[in-house]
Design a protein around this ligand. Structure first.
Ligand code: CDT
Length: 307
């Protein structure tokens, strides 16, 4: 089973950029992906807005305008319509405000028929809740979002077992393994990773990009799955986020990568039958996993030094 998939990297979205302008950019990328033969398109985390968790606001409700209360909605419907016309499936991230008033960092997978076939709410929220004066850059995801309540699920879409993770999730092997245990063949990941937001002056952009790529390649290899990680990147509101969008095969090799920091499409033909080899050999979970020794993974959150 072969399919061409596309990563649709998006350059910076400024604070005052309306959703409609972003959706137009997404549609232009979808057209390009279609011209390259793609049948499934992956967009970044929080595709529709600037990465607002870099800003502190005391009354968090003042930021509700960054959230979507419906999906699709008037702004995004043209994207859904285009995808249906081109018979393309897609996934993108947005900020979700539920009817119950709950805020999530969310991603959806949409079939070529325009149906939302899977929703995922980000599990691992990085950063902090309160303004931290000693930081040069704030990263307030914990202030604006709840940890996701969906867990990591998969769906068979267009004949492929697909699952989603969002940005920081890609650094956590637990997320990959939960998807791997469900036979995932394509993990899609959108991200917004600031080039600088850490207190450590030693951590430069090169090291950050390396850790990103290492995480995605390792996750793909160790679960014998394709993975596509797509950035929103470049300059946003005077802040830089790195690019580095990649398509990775089940051996952990990068088979396509972006070259710039703006709107850009990458494609690769994925032969999903190649996922079977690793799943039947070195990562044959049924044959080789030893769950009797993994209890700490779920019983314990933080590190405990007991010696
Ligand atoms: N959006 C997001 O999750 N970004 C984080 C930044 C972490 S800073 C250490 C990421 O993991 O890329």
């Amino acid at each position: 089973m072969k399919m061409i998939v596309a990563g649709a990297q998006i350059g910076g979205i400024q604070k005052d950029e309306p959703r409609e302008a972003v959706v137009s950019r997404m549609m232009a990328l979808m057209e390009q992906a279609h011209q390259k033969g793609a049948e499934f398109v992956i967009y970044p985390e929080m595709t529709l807005t600037t990465f607002f968790p870099r800003f502190y606001v005391e009354d968090r409700a003042a930021f509700d305008h960054w959230f979507e209360t419906q999906m699709p909605n008037a702004a995004t419907q043209p994207l859904f319509d285009l995808a249906r016309r081109l018979e393309i499936g897609f996934t993108f991230g947005y900020c979700e405000l539920t009817p119950e008033g709950l805020h999530y960092n969310t991603s959806i997978t949409v079939s070529p028929e325009g149906e939302i076939v899977l929703k995922y709410r980000k599990t691992h929220l990085p950063g902090h809740t309160e303004y931290e004066a000693e930081r040069s850059h704030q990263h307030l995801e914990k202030r604006y979002f709840l940890p996701g309540d969906t867990g990591f699920n998969v769906v068979r879409n267009q004949g492929v077992v697909m699952g989603m993770a969002i940005c920081n999730d890609r650094r956590w092997p637990e997320a990959w393994r939960v998807l791997g245990l469900q036979g995932v063949e394509l993990v899609t990941i959108g991200y917004n990773t600031p080039s600088q937001n850490n207190l450590s002056a030693e951590e430069g952009i090169e090291r950050r990009v390396y850790h990103h790529e290492l995480s995605v390649c390792a996750g793909a290899y160790q679960n014998s799955t394709y993975a596509v990680a797509v950035a929103k990147c470049g300059m946003e509101d005077g802040n830089h986020m790195f690019a580095g969008s990649i398509i990775v095969d089940p051996d952990g090799y990068v088979i396509a990568r972006t070259t710039g920091e703006g709107d850009e499409v990458i494609v690769a033909e994925c032969d999903f039958d190649k996922c079977a080899f690793g799943k039947q050999t070195v990562f044959n979970f049924a044959a080789h996993r030893r769950t009797e020794h993994y209890g700490r993974i779920t019983a314990q959150t933080g590190m405990k030094i007991e010696v």
